[in-house]
Design a protein around this ligand. Structure first.
Ligand SMILES: [Zn+2]
Ligand SMILES: [Zn+2]
Length: 292
C-alpha cells in the first residue's frame, strides 16, 4: 500500500524526505513554505537537485505539495485575489521543478455579497492563470492539481463533489485537475462514510459528476467533530467519530490510491512523532485485513 504523512519542512525540504522515510512511509506531503505567511523564498538550484536525488534514493512516490492556507482564489477582493494568484503560481512552479506528482488546494471561500458561481469563476481564472504561466515557461506541465473537498461552514466552496466538478469542468486544463478526498472533511460535512449505503451514495455522486478515475489521493484522517458538524478537526485513526468501520470502508474502496495522514502530531516540529508512527501502524494493520 501507499502510505505517507504530512512532513515538516521547518529544517529544510530534504529533511521532510528523511522524516517520511524514518516513519516507514513510501510517499509524503509537504508545504513549499510556511503556510500562514505570504512571504516565500525560492530554494537554490543545488538544493532542488539534491532534493530530487534524495527522493529517488529513498523511493518516495508520490510527492504531494499542499498549498498554503492564506490564499483564497475564490475571493472577489482585488488585493487578496492578486496576492493569491502570485503565491499560487510560485507553489505551482515549485511543484513543477521539484517534480512532485500532485499539488493539493482548497478551493477557497466566495466573498460576502457575492455568489458561489462568482467564487467558482474566480477559482477557475486563478487556476488557468497559473497553468498558462507554467506552460509558457516550462513548455509542459508535469503534475496534477488536486482539489480537496472541505467540510463547509461560512461561504466555503468544494463541500460536495458536485461543487468540485463545476470548477474542473470550467477549466481549460481539466485534464490536469483531479480530486483529493479528505475523510475528516467528508464526514464533518455530512457524508456518513461509516455506513456502506452512504459511502455508496458518495461514490455515485463522484461517478456522476467527476469520474472515479479523477480521485488520485486520500487524506486519511479520523474526525474529532461529529457528522454534519461542519467543524474541521482531524483526529487519530480509529479514535474519532469515523472509527474503525469508516476507515476500513475507505481503505477498501480506494485501496490502490495513496493515503496521506494529517492527524495530530502531538510533538514539537523537530521531533519524529510517535503518534504518526502509531497511526501508520493502525492503518497498515487495517489495510492487511481488507486485502486478505
Ligand atoms: Zn488540506
Ligand atoms: Zn486534508
Amino acid at each position: 500500500m501507499k502510505i505517507g504523512v504530512h512532513c515538516s519542512i521547518r529544517k529544510g525540504y530534504i529533511e521532510a524526505l528523511y522524516e517520511a522515510k524514518e516513519l516507514g512511509c513510501n510517499c509524503l506531503q509537504m508545504f513549499t513554505h510556511s503556510p500562514r505567511i505570504w512571504k516565500f523564498s525560492f530554494p537554490s538550484e543545488k538544493e532542488i537537485q539534491i532534493f530530487k536525488e534524495t527522493r529517488k534514493k529513498l523511493n518516495l512516490f508520490p510527492l504531494v505539495i499542499h498549498t498554503a492556507y492564506l490564499p483564497n482564489p475564490a475571493s472577489s477582493n482585488e488585493e487578496i485575489y492578486i496576492k493569491t494568484r502570485n503565491l499560487l503560481l510560485l507553489e505551482f512552479e515549485l511543484t513543477q521543478i521539484f517534480e512532485a506528482e500532485y499539488i493539493v488546494m482548497h478551493p477557497g471561500s466566495y466573498s460576502e455579497g457575492k455568489t458561489m458561481d462568482e467564487g467558482i469563476k474566480n477559482i477557475v481564472e486563478s487556476i488557468d492563470f497559473c497553468f498558462d504561466k507554467i506552460l509558457d515557461k516550462y513548455k509542459n506541465i508535469n503534475f496534477m492539481l488536486l482539489l480537496e473537498n472541505v467540510c463547509g461552514g461560512g461561504r466555503k466552496i468544494g463541500r460536495t463533489f458536485q461543487e468540485l466538478s463545476k470548477i474542473i469542468l470550467k477549466s481549460t486544463y481539466k485534464d490536469y485537475i483531479g480530486i483529493c478526498i479528505d475523510t475528516a472533511h467528508c464526514f464533518a460535512f455530512g457524508y456518513d462514510i461509516t455506513k456502506k449505503k452512504f459511502l455508496k451514495d458518495m461514490l455515485n455522486e463522484i461517478k456522476k459528476f467527476i469520474g472515479i478515475n479523477k480521485v488520485k489521493l486520500i487524506h486519511l484522517n479520523d474526525s474529532k467533530a461529529p457528522l454534519n458538524s461542519k467543524i474541521d478537526q482531524h483526529y487519530h485513526i480509529t479514535k474519532g467519530f469515523i472509527g474503525k468501520k469508516g476507515i476500513k470502508n475507505i481503505l477498501k474502496h480506494f485501496k490502490n490510491l495513496p493515503f496521506i495522514l494529517e492527524t495530530p502530531k502531538e510533538t514539537s516540529f523537530d521531533k519524529i512523532s510517535l503518534k504518526d508512527k502509531e497511526n501508520i501502524k493502525i492503518v497498515k494493520e487495517l489495510y492487511s485485513q481488507i486485502s486478505s
